[in-house]
Design a protein around this ligand. Sequence first.
Ligand code: SF4
Length: 91
Amino acid sequence: MGYAARAQIVDNYDVLATLVARDAGLGEIGRHSLLITPRLGTRVRLGLVTTDLPLVAHTWRSDASVLDFCAVCKKCADSCPSNSIPRTTVT
Ligand code: SF4
């Protein structure tokens, strides 16, 4: 159709795929900075297409259930050997 498009795949992203996936409503970003999806958790591999095709955007809504769970879980933070994952509440 004449619109520019680029595949964004593993190790070749021009965008932050987890943020794009979250904004697309696929899930929420957990304390460990990975996307957590409702059905598959973090067991997803992200691929996306960027384009200048005019699209209708929808409103992103935060999934409080993931954020609330992360607030009390903290397993990743507790087991991180370099203490790189914060124990403070994610927002
Ligand atoms: S705090 Fe728990 S639920 Fe949240 S990202 Fe870490 S391990 Fe997953």
